[in-house]
Design a protein around this ligand. Structure first.
Ligand SMILES: NC(=O)c1ccc[n+]([C@H]2O[C@H](COP(=O)([O-])OP(=O)(O)OC[C@H]3O[C@@H](n4cnc5c(N)ncnc54)[C@H](O)[C@@H]3O)[C@@H](O)[C@H]2O)c1
Length: 410
């Protein structure tokens, strides 16, 4: 029997009033990763001889305020996660599809009330069934392998607009996916340079406004790129990157959990949404780079994220059936979602969308570092050492940090 569809306004107001423990009962998926389980960059790179478990008195420097996390952004329990959306804001594939799928149908309904979003700008909504309290939707440039001043400015603006919304809403922990590097075809390296330098500049100007910015990569290629660049850009004097890191050593860092205090949720009860940020387009640097953009497999056609599946036992059975995102609804929105994607698809075979065993559709991007036989989109076996209940587990995460960072609600 179908359950009554919830009114997003009422649901948003209710959810944003809950404290963390109460919210945890509402997460659609049973697994989540809380902030204190995600090591800061400094913690990842502290000298090996430092004793295990010693209190890490992070100097409050840059490298205490950023993290590199490899896995599914929808499991991160943060103040906000950023969605690489399209201008309709009505969902689609890739990380956008995953976020809408995990958040539930109220996210679509609230997005539908926002009248789209321009490239380089950002809008904020409630996170609904996600562990993240909010979702910041930003629209990256459709680069199609070419990076000129416009693409650079627009991508820079995505990060700036998102961070400005964080500040305006008093949020202090956020995760960014690799915006525009999937179907929109922004080359991975220049995109990483823009992401890292824009975030660094912003933290330097707003040191007391942020606890953690997490770069959430999904592909092996991006993990290697970010790790190499972060060891240079976020190098603290007292924790010089080791030689291997400078050479781009890709062995995952230690898996110690942090002793960092879990970030206080300073936003209880806040409920503004729908703010649109003006990008202030001061580019990190204008590059005119023609680079091989990320290789993408033939698009098997955009598939709507699938309905929640009770059988996998992985979803909260009390949650409403997810009303799949109906692309047709966009037509009467008259918003150029299709144009965005058409443009992107003309030049770049869009990613193949595959459904994994959670029924979540993840965008399968050709990972240049090797074939992906495992069905996970980052090409690695799911090695889940998490203590979990007897339900079938389908954790998608493959953190570069501890495998046991994924918690399971009892
Ligand atoms: N790929 C498709 O088939 C498809 C189709 C329609 C729309 N879209 C989406 O793509 C457009 C935006 O392009 P884009 O390149 O900015 O985004 P994208 O195509 O989602 O790729 C951005 C990055 O996110 C990564 N990613 C994918 N899933 C996750 C996840 N669960 N957690 C963390 N990272 C993840 C992905 O590997 C890539 O590095 C939007 O229209 C959006 O709706 C994708």
């Amino acid at each position: 029997m179908s359950k009554k569809k919830k009114d997003w306004k009422i649901e948003r107001e209710r959810l944003l009033r809950l404290d963390r423990e109460e919210r945890r009962k509402e997460y659609r998926r049973q697994e989540f990763v809380c902030l204190d389980k995600i090591l800061s960059w400094r913690e990842e790179n502290k000298p090996n001889d430092q004793e295990e478990g010693t209190e890490l008195t992070g100097g409050g420097g840059l490298s205490d305020k950023v993290s590199l996390y490899k896995g599914d952004i929808t499991v991160l329990e943060l103040d906000a996660i950023v969605n690489a959306a399209n201008s309709s804001l009505l969902g689609g594939g890739g990380v956008d599809g995953c976020i809408h799928k995990a958040a539930g149908s109220c996210l679509y309904d609230e997005c539908n009330s926002l009248n789209g979003c321009e490239t380089g700008k950002a809008k904020i909504t409630c996170g609904y069934d996600l562990p993240a309290r909010y979702v910041i939707h930003t629209v990256g440039p459709v680069a199609r392998g070419h990076v000129g001043p416009t693409e650079t400015n627009d991508l820079t603006s995505c990060y700036q607009s998102s961070l400005r919304l964080m500040k305006e809403h008093g949020l202090s922990s956020v995760a960014f996916p690799c915006i525009s590097t999937g179907i929109y075809g922004f080359p991975n390296e220049p995109a990483a340079d823009i992401a890292l330098n824009t975030v660094k500049n912003w933290i330097e100007e707003n040191p007391d406004k942020i606890t953690r910015v997490i770069f959430c990569v999904f592909l092996e290629t991006d993990f290697a790129i970010y790790k190499k660049k972060m060891s240079v850009i976020f190098q603290d004097n007292d924790t010089e990157g080791t030689e291997e890191q400078e050479k781009g050593d890709d062995t995952p860092p230690s898996t110690k959990s942090t002793t960092q205090e879990e970030s206080e949720d300073s936003n209880r009860g806040k409920e503004e949404t729908g703010d649109e940020e003006e990008g202030d387009n001061d580019p990190v640097e204008n590059q005119d780079v023609e680079m091989e953009s990320q290789i993408q497999e033939e698009d098997s056609g955009h598939e709507e994220p699938n309905q929640e599946k009770d059988k996998d036992g992985n979803e909260n059975p009390d949650k409403d059936e997810d009303v799949g995102i109906d692309d047709n609804k966009d037509e009467d929105q008259g918003i150029d979602k299709d144009n965005d994607e058409e443009k992107a698809k003309e030049e770049q075979p869009a990613a193949k969308t595959e459904e994994d065993d959670t029924g979540m559709s993840t965008v399968e991007m050709e990972d240049v570092s090797g074939n992906n036989e495992t069905g996970t989109s980052n090409g690695e076996e799911i090695k889940d050492h998490v203590e979990i209940s007897e339900e079938p587990d389908s954790v998608l995460t493959d953190s570069i940090q501890s495998k046991d960072t994924v918690e399971k609600k009892e």
